[in-house]
Design a binder for this molecule. Structure first.
Ligand code: DLZ
Length: 171
């Protein structure tokens, strides 16, 4: 069960920095579209609520979650984007496909984050069944698209703050 502390969907809005000057790329997978659409809506609404403008959002659809890393790589060539948010939903089936996809996305996004120095946010639901996905896409466990957006804003704000501090001490 997600605790109140770990469920960012119930975050305190006052503690989230302004996203007014930030630009975000969002890559969203089409597989399990009814779920990923809810994640995308939650993500976009949260970014806008915190000051981002539609002009500063770039959204790309990819066929499945396995393609999230490739989509993030393409969007990453747009240098003005401060962070890339990846949204998808992999539901366990009869085979181990979910493990391969989930691991590939986690590894791929980690590598992209390290290579580019740009936050790449893991907004992938890795669930055992559809109900678990619904619970996390606007249901009883919040909306992980909202959480991905808040995480992205906070990570970009961290980068801005560090840049600011470095200038202050003369680097
Ligand atoms: C093939 C596949 C399967 C079985 N399940 C899912 C899923 O639950 N969620 C998802 O986002 N994508 C799934 N895919 C598609 C793969 O992510 C990928 O698009 C294909 O394997 C082609 O590379």
């Amino acid at each position: 069960m997600a605790s109140a502390l770990s469920n960012l969907s119930e975050y305190n809005e006052d503690n989230v920095p302004s996203a007014e000057k930030m630009a975000f790329g969002i890559v969203v997978a089409e597989w399990n579209r009814h779920i990923t659409k809810a994640l995308l809506d939650g993500c976009v609404q949260t970014l806008l609520r915190h000051g981002a403008t539609e002009d500063n959002l770039r959204i790309a659809q990819v066929p499945g979650s396995f393609e999230l890393t490739a989509g993030a790589t393409v969007l990453g060539t747009e240098l003005r984007l401060d962070a890339i948010i990846c949204l998808g939903c992999v539901i366990k089936g009869e085979t181990n496909h979910d493990e391969y996809i989930n691991h590939a996305v986690a590894t791929g996004l980690t590598q992209l984050g390290i290579q580019t120095g740009k936050p790449h946010i893991f907004g992938l639901l890795t669930v055992l069944n559809e109900q678990q996905a619904l619970d996390r896409a606007g249901g009883r466990h919040g909306n992980k698209g909202v959480e991905a957006a808040v995480t992205a804003i906070r990570m970009v704000a961290l980068k801005y703050a560090l840049r600011h501090d470095l200038r202050k001490i003369g680097f």
